[in-house]
Design a binder for this molecule. Sequence first.
Ligand SMILES: NC(=O)c1ccc[n+]([C@@H]2O[C@H](COP(=O)([O-])OP(=O)(O)OC[C@H]3O[C@@H](n4cnc5c(N)ncnc54)[C@H](O)[C@@H]3O)[C@@H](O)[C@H]2O)c1
Length: 265
Amino acid sequence: MGDHDNKVALVTGGAQGIGKGIVDVLSSEGAQICIADISEEHGIKAVTEIEKSGKKAIYIKANFENSEEPKKVIEECVSRLGNICILVNNVGIQPSTSYKNIEETSEEVWDAIINVNLKSYFLMSKYSIPFMRKNGQGAIVNIASVQGLQSQKLVPPYAASKGAVLSLTRQMSLDYIKENIRINAICPGTFNTPMVTNSISGNINENLKLFGKDIPMGRVGEPKEIGQVASFLCSEKASFISGEYIIVDGGIMAKGGWDTELQGE
Ligand SMILES: NC(=O)c1ccc[n+]([C@@H]2O[C@H](COP(=O)([O-])OP(=O)(O)OC[C@H]3O[C@@H](n4cnc5c(N)ncnc54)[C@H](O)[C@@H]3O)[C@@H](O)[C@H]2O)c1
């Protein structure tokens, strides 16, 4: 028996990185998986891997920069898998060209980040909730970031999107709490995913080790470590948790700015 037997779980951006870590854990706990992702290559690869383990999964091609996609994705998921019980809004972008102050940030970059990282979360939730209501229960997990809680220089649209995901989570949780639809968020720290490794020039493993030195636990996170928390939040084990966020960051947010002992060891 798994925690998600007979459930249908939809994960946006589930083909790679943290989304793939979430998909793998939900599938291992019995969920039927729908991956909605822009990358056909990685989406099909992820589905094939799951099918090899004897579990069910489908891939739907979607570009969440486009606000017409969420409704179509939900409709296709329900028509192919018959339901939607769990939604993980995970898709997110932080293009290397976006590291600018607001004077230098173009409207195009701002809109792209807000559309993918925030508006798709609103629309995917909007169109999933009616199916959860029919089921008499549901769970939504929104992937935010530690950057929704604390800041660094030159990430205005990304940080704004992640802060907004946290307040949207709190808001939605109250609006649907009486209908047994629980809505929570996760704030990852630094993880070993294409978003991070694609931004590294030079030796990836050496650079990931360097990033790890600024993290109290001494390493970056692995996608499965978000998957385990997402799976917990969507399960009956979290039946009294809604409107909450869980920080999964190896201790970054626990460390005070004055603590130089753990920096750059
Ligand atoms: N990796 C980290 O260190 C980190 C830290 C904090 C928060 N996060 C958040 O976690 C989530 C996942 O991040 P990740 O590091 O796994 O990202 P990633 O870039 O490694 O993977 C993202 C996935 O989303 C897909 N995708 C990208 N743009 C898309 C679009 N427009 N439409 C549909 N699919 C699209 C990609 O094909 C890929 O499968 C994001 O919301 C990100 O902001 C990541």
